[in-house]
Design a binder for this molecule. Sequence first.
Ligand code: HEM
Length: 425
Amino acid sequence: MTDVDSVDFFTDNELLRDPYPYFAALRGECPLRREKHHDVVMVTGYEEAVTIYNDTERFSSCNSVTGPFPGFPVPLEGDDISELIAAHRDELPLSDQLPTFDPPVHADHRALLARMITPKRLAENEEFMWRLADRQYDEVLRDGRVEFNGEFAQAFAMLVIADLLGVPEEDHAEFRNALLSGSMIGSSDGGSMEHSPLDYLYGKFSEYISDRRETPRGDVLSGIAAATFPDGTVPEVMDAVRVAANLFAAGQETTVRLLSSAVMILAEDPELQARVRADRSLIPGLVEETLRYESPVRGDFRLAKVPVTVGGVELAAGTTVMLVNAALNRDPRKFEDPDTFDIERKNARAHVAFGRGVHACPGAPLARAEAVVSLNRLLDRTSEIWIDEDKHGPAGNRDYRYIPTFILRGLTRLFIRFTPAETAE
Ligand code: HEM
């Protein structure tokens, strides 16, 4: 790549298939390099990005998910824009969602989340995952072909979160219908969130939480309804509803992309697949390396509140930076031979696919468990999987489609074929 300025990362669909040479070219010029189309400083250096992730004094998360879109409502003038942010943050997209909060409000809402999702709940949820994976594979592994995302991963990731929050099983089918029809994640046409799935979740969880506050029933939703802020105050129903609903927005599409990237990598590489089939203890390493190699969240944004120098580069107050996780995870100063997929990479877990600092993904253990469970069961149920060439074309010339958004990385669909495992009758 010769001219990085000719590329508009945010809208250029050409770049979806293989963005990595563009990231390397940016980094080659400077680990903090301004892209001129939307005036965003693209941070592709690992250390530099971790510094920003950890600096909540000087960087705000108010634009975390949508970055330069639709732009700040007023001009960002002056050497300290903290007050402008405070006055206008509610006008930004997703301003009621945890990733966009700053301390100290962020800490309170994050603690509320931690009180809702206890270690005991996570352990029970993992038991549910094994049952759910079995049930879903029973349904879809029938005739030697499966579209992994639509037939398995979407519903799996969604129902895992529904179970985590204690949504009664009789409501699962309704959730499936309401939530699997539209995306809840911003897209490159302006980063707006489609409202209907979130509205649905707000409606449902308002009902659940109000009901459980009135009549506690000793179930998971009653625990969520009773969770308090760290100072003991009881949140408004809507505060609790938002925290719960945010888990679907943050944890569904992301996890689907992790699962399908891992399955694609196994289906593309019969030797690797045979090794993993023979030694399942390799699966957690495979998952970490997949997170590094194909980071499902391509990046998170921050807004500089005051002038700040990072990695020798001066950033004016009001600068939007994108911490490009997908590039940080391929920074050769951190990861040796970064474009090679290596399931035994010693420092794979140092990846920043889940971000860093106070906003680091609280769903990481869940996403990791979902990947381990769904891969293990897929390998149990099949003796071989491979890419469906009728759909994706021949090896070396595959037709893979990636979701057209700047925020996520992953396949829209993954068609695989399989030989069922021999079952002992
Ligand atoms: C492979 C799957 C996932 C990836 C790659 C991922 C990635 C991330 C990243 C990078 C952030 C940090 C955003 C920032 O700093 O601006 C984040 C935050 C968050 N994630 Fe995840 N995530 C995944 C799955 C999940 C799951 C399964 C859940 C919950 C069920 C979840 C819930 C959240 C929440 C609530 C936040 C906001 C935390 C905060 O702002 O304090 N994520 N995630």
